[in-house]
Design a protein around this ligand. Structure first.
Ligand code: MG
Length: 452
């Protein structure tokens, strides 16, 4: 079991993920990438978000990587999708992103991405941890070069522009409110949407590592201001990103919040329409709404389910025959651009789709399921107990279930998952059904089954 690596990197508060630990981990990460590489040089990209601890952790990470002989390309403050896009663009051997994504401001994390643009899972993190304190600095004349590259965001914008019909957007000029949440979206979203030709209004668009405007996770409760501004300004839509910009949610012209699953379902529709149908399977996690399966089935495709977490989605896509990938919290992978979730390309696709019809019209093509999410506090021992109780219940009653990453139980037009969090002390229960009441009933029922 990995000591430091969770589902997607090493995450902690500043007294846990200290500069000392970041240095030791980065030496191990550098050695891991060097071992996997057959070329004489190993080039690693480093990016960070705008959290207050970002700069000091960056110094430790850059130092650790260069000390074991990796060349470092520091792209400064950039979104996760920008950093992941740059891995492919610069043909780098890996990337370390210093960002705790949607977590509160006192948190930070090291997310490690390989040369294919796939982030390193807990299992691969274990391999890195085996090198901890064994990876020693190289000889003085073999230390890596450290260079800065401030072109990353511009290059990412340029790439995104190629995947949408900018002529159509410039002609129609959809009015969109951008809620950057004081995160890395501030560095890319206003510029991107201006260049696309949208009429934009911005919210929380100055970077601030304390996240004063709203909490970093774009839940419905956290984007109330965005919803109000979309309505009062008569905008066509609103978009909000999480702290590192891989996740995105929408608000339609009536002020209706569009949950992450539906963002993914819409993305499938838009890509299928542009490409004249679906070629390949739709990849998603076991926690994703049945709406995604319904949309895929209508277009003649099927869903391949994975464990929850970006690394598992990307790994499944690499296996082949994948149309696109996405997860329940609004992270969508557009393989034509990169193998990572890209909240900015997803946002640009919305701008393009708005030229055809209103967002509320598009939403009529996505079935509505009601989703209830509960969080039960649990230490490692309780996490196991809760999941085992749910599994025993499913087996006893002969329910159709999948025990990948917790237990998902399917009941036809409703389903439930009981799942231990990989990064926090919680067991999460998601229930989904055709009515809110049924989803609530299911979630409550499985809360009592899990807790005994
Ligand atoms: Mg994120």
């Amino acid at each position: 079991m990995a000591r430091y690596f969770g589902t997607n990197g090493v995450r902690g508060r500043f007294d846990e993920l200290t500069p000392e630990l970041a240095l030791r981990l980065s030496q191990a990460i550098g050695a891991y990438f060097k071992n996997q590489n057959t070329k004489p040089e190993t080039r690693i990209i480093v990016a960070r978000d705008c959290r207050l601890t970002g700069d000091v952790l960056r110094s430790a990470v850059v130092s650790g990587l260069a000390a074991v002989g990796c060349d470092v390309i520091d792209i400064g403050i950039a979104s996760s999708p920008t950093a992941e896009f740059m891995v492919k663009k610069l043909k780098a051997d890996g990337c370390v992103i210093i960002s705790a994504s949607h977590n509160p401001p006192e948190w930070n994390a090291l997310k490690v991405v390989d040369g294919r643009g796939v982030s390193v899972s807990r299992e691969r993190g274990e391999e890195i941890e085996k090198l901890l304190d064994k990876a020693r600095p190289v000889e003085w004349d073999k230390v890596g070069k450290i260079t800065m590259n401030d072109m990353a965001t511009g290059m990412h914008i340029e790439a995104i522009m190629k995947f949408v019909d900018t002529k159509k957007i410039k002609a129609k000029k959809p009015k969109i409110v951008l809620d950057c949440g004081n995160g890395t979206a501030c560095f890319i979203a206003p510029k991107l949407f201006k260049e696309l030709g949208c009429n934009i209004l911005t919210l929380n668009s100055h970077p601030d590592g304390r996240f004063p405007g709203r909490p970093s996770e774009p839940t419905e409760a956290n984007v109330k201001e965005l919803i109000a501004l979309v309505k009062s300004s008569g905008a066509d839509a609103g978009i909000a990103w999480d702290g590192d910009g891989d996740r995105v949610i929408f608000v339609d012209e009536k002020g209706t919040y569009v949950i992450g699953d539906k963002v993914y379902a819409l993305s499938i529709l838009w890509k299928a329409e542009k490409e004249g149908g679906i070629k390949g399977d739709v990849i998603t996690t076991v926690a994703t709404s049945k709406a995604v399966e319904d949309v895929a089935a209508k277009l003649g495709s099927r869903v391949r389910y994975t464990a929850i977490g970006a690394p598992y989605l990307s790994e499944e896509m690499i296996k082949g025959n994948a149309f696109m990938g996405g997860e329940e919290v609004g992270g969508v992978i557009w393989p034509e651009c990169s193998l990572a979730k890209d909240g900015f390309l997803t946002g640009a696709k919305l701008a393009e789709a708005l030229c055809e019809k209103k967002l509320s019209e598009w939403l009529k093509e996505v079935p509505t399921y009601y989703n209830v999410k509960l969080k039960l506090e649990a230490d490692d021992k309780k996490k196991k107990e809760f999941v085992l109780r749910a599994l025993a219940h499913a087996k006893k009653n002969k329910f159709v279930h999948v025990d990948v990453d917790g237990v998902r139980i399917n009941f036809g037009d409703s389903w439930i998952i009981v799942r231990p969090s990989g990064t926090e002390n919680y067991v999460r229960i998601f229930a989904e059904a055709r009515t809110k009441e049924k989803a609530e009933r299911l979630a409550k029922e499985y809360e009592s089954i899990a807790t005994g």
